[in-house]
Design a protein around this ligand. Structure first.
Ligand code: PEP
Ligand code: MG
Length: 687
């Protein structure tokens, strides 16, 4: 493993066009691993260039060490027999976001279903240790302290050849362990993280560092410890706040490093043993520690290190358990078995509580669990308000599997099929047959009685596709985005429409266009759809408009004359109404969908639709927010398209609401001045 790879024939270096990185957090572990996997398919020596710096494109740690940021201009340089193909493929992959363009920019952090989130609790005492929320939820359990064991190594080795052999064997054994862990982990994100760990085990820069130590007569253990220690420290020392994510990737390098080191030293890194009802407290937890935890016994965890972006936090969210990172050091001194309350949403760990406080917390956990179970029990029934208004609760999905999960939880259909997920993470567009198979699979999962709303391709600007030759734009959010891309690329648009139309009859087919800003756009898109429908003999479908920009809300009455329904994309409608980027680290919190300005846009939309007896749905994150549902109903929204786990709770809430009360509430809220005032009034509105 540590031996030198084949050196390609000497030839002139080829340098590609510069590519602007779309990744919100730069090239951190996962995109770097994907880039390296692609680079390794080529014989050529490949380097990444940025501002005069140059690193090995086949080394994850070298790429991470570059400390890239979103928007950085990167060039690919290759030398060797397949240099041209390498430059082309890697430049395209970089432009595409190395597998995460959408992950980074697309989803507004969903409001977790209320049942998982602790409300502001009344049991907090002065014995509270504070950190940051890594994963929401509330748990009462007993402290289990965990510390990494120190692994000692011999300093001097035998011959370099023998030490090299030991290191190679440990690297192979570590890869086997990680593969095993991957098998036991259903969560795709966790699998991706472990995949990045596997790439680290083959990282040429890391291996070269270790090999250098071995050739200086160091033992394999010492050489390896120095190599991964130096690499991790370099990542952790990267300057600038934007590199928090990269610094945390030092944790990944240490994690993999310790695994190999333990194998070299013959120390067991067995799974952390947990008693039932455990709340784990550690200074650091490596991602593989976390992945290997017994989830049937773990209620939550706290770490003094790390942050909300760490892999550990990501894993906790996918497990659905509360976690707090960066907790006060005092947590490390709590005795084993101490009874504590962990409030993930508030980032608090409370200890030394009075019996009454524990009782209160336990009651709250029990109430949340019971509520969740009860919501699930009733989720197959329709969502009808106490005064008889039927609200259709449907799901936001990306594929047939999610559609099935939605139906199992009571979704009455799909209100938003994000078709763009078929188009990203690849180097060429899916053809008509491939698309048709995917749309038909979703439709079949629903059946002819259920609604399927397919959104046509919603990419461009901030969500580039490598195979779409779109110009670089200064203001991508105001550029070629949504339906504008489809109108700019009519052949691709027509192929998508033909593919969608093939799902006619398998479900109640609806087709909607994203980011319509003008009537002309709707007419043009509808015209093309009509031509394709006529050519293929399909007519049984409805046509909708996503209301995502203020001009569409202001033109709702005119649009409603020519569309069959509206679906409000509240994520975009909020950012365009407030002129605040929905992903901006400082502004995103103020870009609040409950701002009265956004509510007025929704009111205008509903009013325009009502004049022509058309229905209005909401498919942005706001529809999954229990706080927002009463005002949406009161403004006239009749369909809520929500994240799959939120379906039971949203349906249950609708059943507790009176439409008349919601209407009165909505009128009141439209008069308020700030999002804070709206939120306060909504919090006091108990159905
Ligand atoms: C929205 O903008 O609210 C929406 C549903 O679209 P996306 O989040 O995919 O842009
Ligand atoms: Mg949108």
């Amino acid at each position: 493993m540590t031996s030198a790879s084949t050196v390609p024939q000497a030839s002139a270096a080829l340098i590609g066009e510069s590519v602007r990185l779309p990744n919100a957090a730069g090239l951190h572990a996962r995109p770097a691993a994907m880039l390296v996997a692609e680079a390794k398919k080529f014989q050529s020596i490949i380097r990444l260039l940025r501002d005069g710096e140059e690193v090995n494109a086949k080394s994850v740690v070298a790429i991470m060490g570059l400390g890239t940021q979103q928007g950085d201009a990167i060039q690919v340089k290759a030398t060797g027999s397949d240099a041209e193909d390498a430059v082309r493929a890697l430049s395209a992959l970089l432009a595409q976001g190395c597998g995460e363009a959408h992950e980074a920019t697309h989803e507004v952090a969903p409001t977790p279903p209320v049942a998982l989130v602790a409300a502001s609790t009344s049991f907090v005492s002065s014995n509270v240790l504070v950190g940051v929320c890594a994963s929401p939820g509330l748990a009462v359990g007993r402290v289990v302290q965990f510390r990494q064991v120190t692994i000692d190594v011999n300093e001097c080795g035998e011959t370099p050849a023998l030490e090299r052999g030991k290191l190679d064997a440990a690297l192979l054994a570590a890869a086997d362990q990680i593969e095993l862990l991957k098998l036991g982990l259903g969560d795709p994100l966790g699998v991706k993280i472990l995949h990045a760990h596997l790439a680290l085990l083959q990282d040429p820069d890391l291996l070269e560092l270790a090999d250098h130590g071995v050739s200086q007569n160091q033992s394999a253990g010492l050489a390896w410890r120095e190599a991964f220690g130096q690499t991790a420290s370099r990542l952790e020392a990267l300057p600038g706040a934007h590199n928090a994510l990269l610094r945390e990737r030092g944790n990944d390098v240490r994690d993999v490093g310790r695994r190999v080191l333990a194998l070299l030293a013959g120390v067991s890194t067995a799974q952390i043993e947990l008693p039932a009802g455990a709340i784990l407290i550690a200074d650091e937890l490596t991602p593989s520690d976390t992945a290997a935890l017994d989830r049937s016994k773990l209620l939550g965890f706290c770490t003094t290190g790390g942050g909300a972006t760490s892999h550990v936090a990501i894993l906790a969210r996918s497990f659905g358990i509360p976690a707090v990172c960066g907790i006060h050091e005092g947590a490390l001194t709590l005795a084993q078995g101490t009874l504590v309350v962990l409030d993930g949403a508030q980032g608090r760990l409370s200890h030394s509580l009075e019996e009454g406080e524990i009782t209160l917390a336990l009651a709250e956990v029990a109430q949340q669990t019971a509520q969740r179970e009860q919501d699930k029990l009733g989720s197959a029934h329709a969502a009808v308000t106490t005064d008889g208004q039927r609200i259709e609760v449907v799901a936001n999905v990306r594929n047939a599997q999610e559609a099935q999960e939605g139906v199992a939880l009571g979704a009455e259909g799909v209100g938003l099929l994000r078709s763009e997920f078929l188009f990203d993470d690849r180097l060429t567009a899916p053809d008509e047959d491939e698309q048709a198979a995917a749309y038909c699979a979703v439709a079949q999962a629903l059946g002819p009685q259920r609604t399927l709303v397919v959104r046509t391709l919603d990419v461009g600007g901030d969500k580039p596709l490598p195979y779409l030759p779109l110009p670089r734009e200064d203001n991508p959010f105001l550029g070629l985005r949504g339906v504008r891309v489809s109108l700019d690329q009519p052949e691709m648009f027509r192929a998508q429409l033909r593919a969608i139309l093939r799902a006619t009859g398998l479900a109640r087919l609806h087709i909607m266009f994203p980011m319509i800003a003008t009537l002309e756009e709707l007419r043009e898109a509808r015209g093309i759809l009509a031509e394709e429908a006529a050519a293929t003999g399909h007519s049984d479908f409805l046509v909708g408009v996503m209301i995502e920009v203020p001009s569409a809300a202001l033109l709702a009455e005119q649009l409603a004359r020519e569309a069959d329904f509206f679906s409000i994309g509240s994520n975009d409608l909020t950012q365009y109404t407030m002129a605040m980027d929905r992903g901006h680290p400082k502004l995103a919190r103020q870009a609040d969908a409950l701002h009265p300005a956004v509510l007025k846009m929704i009111a205008l939309t509903c009013e325009g639709a009502r004049r022509h007896s058309k229905w209005v749905g909401v498919c942005g994150g706001m529809a999954s927010d229990l706080l927002a549902v009463p005002v949406l109903l009161g403004l006239g929204v009749q369909e809520l398209s929500v994240s799959v786990p939120a379906i039971p709770a949203i349906k249950a809430l609708v059943r507790r609401l009176s439409l008349a009360d919601c209407q009165a509430l909505a009128q009141e809220l439209l008069q308020l001045g700030t999002a804070g005032e709206v939120r306060a009034r909504l919090a006091a509105f108990a159905p």
